[in-house]
Design a protein around this ligand. Structure first.
Ligand code: PLP
Length: 332
């Protein structure tokens, strides 16, 4: 598949020594490495830049005139899709879930700056879920209206999680492995926030393909495990087909810890708020309350409960999300 360069790659990979000290130092805490995909560069960065390099190239190759995607009002994916579409001179429509009058802050403010046409639907009745049937119906309605206007719309599924999008972290894994080799690091585990599962599908396929020595440990930020597992499996293997990779992902390869999303998608937990403060104050690195801080809260908990060997190292994939902090100012 063709790739449209959108991200500034490779992103840095470094360790977090002061966070390690804050968690008890080398006697209690493994070396914590971080892969800085918050610094992918596209419109304030984040993991979606890697998926969008393939998705937007595919949209252009299919002759699309407009891109449509979905997410929450503070969706990082929607913000980055809007920016990526503009790089390719495409128009952009976003179907966003939100209560009435969401604050024009963070990602939503940026969606407006990119000139996206916004369509709002109410949030899902189940707070653990990030998407709803109403959203899917609205997408179908907007797609039909765009076609009726003579446009050629390209639909990017929620989170950019399709077989094409999965290629981002399949190839992104090669970058991680090369950097670890250059640093002579062999982390035992890769922690990251898992939402719509495209990142997980790519990291899991990539790890098998590249024979990675770490296990791929997703931390769920929302519910819907059974359908998301099916999706992860399907899109990982679609990506394997697209990239002509012989290996296949199986259900056993997919690990997604359900213990850290608390009451639901986008609802902060005490652990996630602590993680934001801890990482900001000790490392000058910004996490976000919806995704990365929930994954970091899991890592911190694993350190504190002695689940990780202090003589080992672990890798945390920072997937971005800091723009959402501005829409959560009341929490700090
Ligand atoms: C900051 C951040 N981290 C992690 C994720 C999860 O990625 P995925 O949807 O591929 O599981 C997202 C998705 O929107 C995100 O914005």
């Amino acid at each position: 598949m063709r790739r449209l360069p959108l991200a500034t790659l490779p992103t840095p990979l470094h360790d977090l020594p002061r966070l390690r000290d804050a968690l008890g130092g080398p006697a209690r805490c493994p070396r914590i490495l971080v892969k800085r995909d918050d610094l992918t560069g596209l419109a304030l960065g984040g993991n979606k830049a890697r998926k969008l390099e393939f998705l937007i190239a595919d949209a252009v190759d299919q002759g699309a005139t407009v891109v449509l995607t979905t997410g929450a009002a503070q969706s990082n994916h929607a913000r980055m899709t809007a920016a990526a579409a503009r790089v390719a001179a495409l128009d952009v429509h976003l179907v966003l879930t939100a209560d009435a009058d969401p604050p024009v802050q963070g990602n939503l403010l940026l969606d407006r700056l990119f000139g996206a046409t916004l369509h709002f639907v109410p949030p899902p009745a189940d707070p653990t879920l990030a998407t709803s049937d109403e959203e899917a119906a609205k997408v179908a309605e907007v797609m039909a209206a765009l076609r009726a206007q003579g446009e050629r719309p390209y639909e990017i599924p929620v989170g950019g999680s399709s077989g094409v999008g999965v290629l981002g972290y399949t190839y992104g894994t090669q970058e991680i492995i090369e950097q670890l080799q250059a640093l002579h690091e062999r982390p035992t585990r890769l922690y990251f926030a898992s939402g719509s599962r495209g990142t997980q599908a790519g990291l899991t396929l990539g790890a098998k393909w590249c024979d990675a020595h770490y296990d791929v440990y997703g931390v769920a930020v929302s519910g819907g495990e059974s359908f998301k597992r099916e999706r992860a499996l399907r899109i990982a293997n679609e990506a394997a087909g697209l990239a002509a990779i012989a290996t296949r992902v199986t259900d056993d390869d997919l690990v997604t810890d359900q213990g850290y999303f608390g009451d639901g998608y986008g609802i902060p937990t005490p652990g996630c708020l602590e993680a934001i403060r801890l990482v900001a104050r000790h490392e000058g690195v910004l996490l976000d309350p919806v995704y990365t801080a929930k994954a970091m809260a899991c890592l911190i908990d694993h350190v504190r409960t002695g689940q990780l060997d202090p003589a080992s190292s672990v890798l945390f994939l920072h997937t971005g999300g800091a723009p959402a902090l501005f829409a959560h100012a009341h929490l700090f």
